[in-house]
Design a binder for this molecule. Structure first.
Ligand SMILES: C[S@@+](CC[C@H](N)C(=O)[O-])C[C@H]1O[C@@H](n2cnc3c(N)ncnc32)[C@H](O)[C@@H]1O
Length: 373
């Protein structure tokens, strides 16, 4: 590569604030996923990445593969329980592959990478296009038929649905996919888009007004992940102070994974200027990353749910499930919001049978719902 080419596409680049926030979510989630999986499956699980990166950023911050390995290495109790635990990384750029190997070797010290197998860890870094290398590596290392968490962290272009389907059809599987909805809104006729969404139906995005495109693409992708075989899907947006944002789509075959990812999301340390946005919030309000999240969007979403429900009534269980499956909020955040709605007369408890209906002081218009309910 010439110096100019390297300058344009450096091996290592600075971590944007939303990248650091994303890593914080990964770290938090892995600290939950790893012990649960190691205890339930006696360590016989796989963590894989299809777009692994160089393992470090210019400021010295670790990349996601290093974060994953450190989650295990830094926990002596978990380390002892590892049996056939696979860490499989695919990266197309050979320069980044070399860097990643170095960074993983530093993280594994004092054990040499090639000796990790003595400690029950099967670690591999393969150079190649994620398609077909990722599926090949998963096969070569006997990962199928056992739980896997696969991170597909593209620069925004998304991944081919065939590969996501293969992972979804494996028992106890999860994916984290980063993607950029504006990418698809900008190029609504690409064949790559057909491979990401599974068919050309997504091209309808071209007919929508520009302000509706991103939300439509996110909702479409949620449906695609469901159809691919993930019963539980969470999408949320990390928005940096400079307006740059990153969508994370999380798909899991188990409701517990969804609950743990929600916990992880709300436990991360705040990162200067980075906020969440719930794609399901009609107002698209930005939310600070904090343990006690601002629940105004949840209030709006619950009122909207009651408005759409038959008889404007729903059980508390339905509302809790709605929050878990359709919003960025946790089930446990529903009751305090409902209590406040009842207190204000915006909702009414139905005689102790666990049902709630829309209150008399809510006019059934979207404007009223958005303005204080
Ligand atoms: C967003 S970065 C990954 C960052 C990394 N997951 C982290 O958080 O530290 C995307 C990486 O994917 C690699 N890449 C791009 N196209 C690829 C492909 N078709 N197959 C495999 N890797 C690819 C790039 O070289 C880049 O290192």
């Amino acid at each position: 590569m010439t110096d100019k080419a390297v300058e344009k596409d450096p091996v290592v680049w600075p971590a944007a604030p939303h990248t650091l926030a994303k890593h914080s979510v990964y770290r938090q989630y892995l600290s939950k996923w790893m012990p649960i999986m190691i205890h339930s499956w006696k360590g016989d699980v796989t963590y894989a990445e299809g777009f692994a990166g160089p393992g470090i950023y210019t400021g010295g911050e670790p990349g996601s593969p290093v974060i994953a390995l450190e989650t295990l290495i830094h926990d002596p109790f978990l380390r002892l329980k590892a049996r056939d635990l696979r860490f499989l990384f695919v990266e197309q750029d050979e320069r980044r592959v070399a860097h990643l190997r170095e960074q993983l070797a530093i993280a594994a010290r004092p054990v040499a990478l090639e000796d990790l197998d003595r400690y029950g860890i099967d670690l591999a870094v393969e150079a190649g296009d994620y398609d077909p290398t990722l599926i090949e590596v998963l096969s070569k290392h006997d990962a199928w038929g056992r739980p896997m968490l696969v991170v597909l962290d593209t620069f925004g272009g998304g991944v081919k649905l065939d590969i996501v389907r293969r992972i979804a059809n494996n028992p106890s599987s999860e994916v984290i996919i980063t993607f950029e909805p504006h990418h698809f809104a900008r190029f609504p006729t690409s064949h790559h888009g057909d491979a990401v969404f599974g068919d050309p139906e997504w091209r309808r995005v071209a007919d929508l007004p520009s302000e509706a495109k991103a939300e439509w693409v996110v909702n479409k992708y949620r449906d695609v992940l469901h159809e691919a075989g993930f019963p539980f899907v969470l999408t949320f947006e990390l928005v940096g102070g400079n307006g740059h944002s990153l969508f994370l789509a999380f798909g899991t075959t188990h409701v517990r994974g969804l609950q743990k990812m929600k916990e992880a999301m709300w436990e991360v340390d705040p990162i200067q200027g980075v906020r969440y946005r719930d794609p399901a919030d009609p107002d698209q309000q930005l939310l600070d990353i904090q343990i006690e999240p601002h629940t105004e969007p949840l209030r709006r979403e619950l009122l909207q749910y009651l408005r759409d429900a038959p008889g404007h009534t729903a059980s508390v269980g339905d509302l809790r499930r709605f929050a878990l499956y359709q919003t960025v909020y946790k089930e446990s955040q529903v009751m305090p919001v409902l209590d406040k709605l009842v207190e204000k007369g915006s909702a009414v408890g139905d005689g102790g049978d666990g049902h709630v209906r829309l209150g008399g002081n809510v006019r059934l218009t979207a404007a009223a719902l958005n303005n204080g309910g």
